[in-house]
Ligand binder design. Structure first.
Ligand SMILES: [Zn+2]
Length: 296
């Protein structure tokens, strides 16, 4: 073998060994295209992950950080999973693991998403002492409400009920943003778990997509509260309603009126508090709408 050929041979062997794209595609890669939006994504936000499969590959399941998440087919023929991280999440890499069968062999492939930090607003207020802590009886009720809400939006269904783009429950101004942290006399409260939308008393509130009502409850703080399961671990929550027009367990269509806005619960004026929960974490409804909302 000539020196030049030996050199070429060594160089090729080096490429095969150390160039992951070459060695991977020759062995067992099933993921064709892979795109996440937004990328990176943010603490308290969501990410839509779209991917295509290579021929002969059968997708068995997708895990996000060790939790199985359902996927659905897009109009484009590509597959999609929706993932998110709550406000307490630490920045870093997040693994999306794909399990495949190809030529009778089982194997997995991992892709990583990057989660970045995001600053959320703070507000310092001086309030009367009784606003800071609840008497025991009230606290008991507040905690029972919280447990009921958490239970109503915790299951990750193996199917996705929502389809197409999400519509706004009410088209109006955002009065208070997600993640806002209030300090009462220097004591931090829980960050705002949703957004407040301006809505006069009696404004019809629509379901932003198809789903199943998992909770109708009169809560101490959030008043008349409705939770809708959109499948795949995605839930939306509506608070302070003056009237509820759905029943627990009922199926709702996109755009269906689920109730009327109001000022029930412990608030000062009528508005709609709108919350979104994804895979057991509260995320910013504005982020969901930015990525999956109807384009106006
Ligand atoms: Zn609110």
């Amino acid at each position: 073998m000539s020196r030049a050929r030996v050199f070429t041979f060594i160089w090729l062997a080096f490429l095969m060994l150390f160039h992951p794209a070459i060695s991977f595609s020759k062995s067992s890669s099933c993921i064709g295209t892979f795109e996440a939006e937004p990328s990176p994504f943010f603490r308290g936000g969501v990410s839509k992950v779209e991917f295509g499969l290579k021929p002969g590959c059968l997708l068995k399941r997708v895990d996000f950080e060790g939790k199985t998440v359902p996927y659905k087919e897009e109009d484009s023929g590509r597959l999609m999973v929706l993932v998110g991280e709550g406000l307490k999440a630490k920045p870093g890499k997040r693994a999306v693991t794909f399990y495949f069968v190809k030529n009778g062999k089982h194997f997995k492939e991992v892709r990583y998403l990057t989660l970045k930090d995001k600053k959320y607003p703070k507000e310092y207020l001086k309030v009367k002492r009784k606003m800071v802590s609840f008497p025991p009886k009230i606290l008991e009720r507040v905690l029972a409400d919280q447990r009921a809400v958490r239970k109503a939006c915790s299951a990750v269904r193996p199917v996705i009920y929502w389809q197409g783009r999400f519509v706004w429950p009410v088209e109006s101004k955002v009065l208070s943003r997600f993640g806002l942290r209030r300090y009462f006399n220097g004591q931090p409260r829980s960050p705002h778990s949703g957004i407040d939308l301006r809505a006069r008393e009696g404004t019809p509130i629509k379901s932003p997509n198809a789903g199943k009502v998992t909770l109708v409850r009169d809560c101490y703080l959030s008043g008349n509260t409705v939770v809708i399961d959109h499948g795949g671990g995605l839930y939306t929550l509506y608070a302070h309603l003056s009237k509820v027009k759905v029943k627990q367990g009922q199926w709702v269509e996109k755009g269906q009126v689920i109730g009327l806005s109001g000022s029930t619960g412990r608030i000062t004026g009528p508005h709609l508090h709108w919350g979104v929960s994804l895979l057991g974490q509260r995320v910013d409804p504005l982020e969901l709408m930015r990525i999956l909302g109807e384009k106006s």
